[in-house]
Ligand binder design. Structure first.
Ligand SMILES: [Zn+2]
Length: 205
């Protein structure tokens, strides 16, 4: 996922998961007191890091989204490698960027299109990023509505067929789902905080 030229963790000491289990207290002291990150190797050859949370401070800093937005502003309208660097970086890490960033970045691109559409040299690139931002926003908004629910009759998992915006409740969704076992459709309402109404059988038409 990450686009580092060399592993940024290559200077960290490395241990196995069994060593971590045996020496948990002293190793955690090393990490927290002495600020020495550790790379832990699992038996399935995956690795994870133990580190003080300060290490993530630069990306958890709320100014980070402003820095990304100014990189976007700088790149839009330019015909260098920066538009692709910035757009690809945001797409690569879109799941880690916060809701507020998604809103601000999408607004920024829409405004740029309104003001400078005819001068933009990479309209497809920015449209592609705007699509990715909108898709991610929709996925976050519908995440409660998409949660798998059991059929009220047979208990098998229902398949969500459609999620539509509820006209009367902003941020709420009407969900229709199908049970393959009973061949029955159900509908329910999911409000913007994830609260769910009772299920009713749904009849087309
Ligand atoms: Zn069923």
């Amino acid at each position: 996922m990450m686009n580092y030229e060399a592993s940024p963790f290559q200077n960290y000491e490395s241990i196995t998961i069994d060593e971590l289990k045996d020496q948990a207290n002293s190793l955690l002291n090393l990490v927290t007191e002495e600020q020495r990150p550790l790379c832990v190797c699992m038996n399935n050859s995956k690795e994870f890091l133990l580190f003080p949370q300060d290490l993530l401070a630069p990306v958890c800093d709320s100014d980070f989204r402003l820095i990304l937005l100014s990189a976007m502003r700088y790149a839009m309208g330019r015909n260098t490698c920066m538009p692709m660097v910035v757009a690809d970086y945001i797409k690569r890490h879109i799941q880690l960027l916060d809701d507020k960033f998604l809103v601000l970045a999408a607004d920024e691109i829409r405004r740029h299109f309104e003001d400078y559409a005819e001068h933009e040299l990479n309209p497809n690139l920015w449209q592609g990023l705007l699509d990715a931002l909108e898709t991610e926003q929709r996925e976050r908004a519908t995440c409660q509505a998409r949660k798998v629910k059991p059929c009220p009759v047979c208990g098998k998992p229902l398949e969500v067929m459609s999620i539509t915006d509820n006209r009367h409740s902003p941020g709420g969704f009407d969900v229709i789902a199908h049970c393959r076992n009973c061949l029955t459709d159900y509908e329910w309402f999911c409000d913007k905080d994830g609260g769910v109404s009772d299920m009713k059988q749904y009849f087309f038409g």
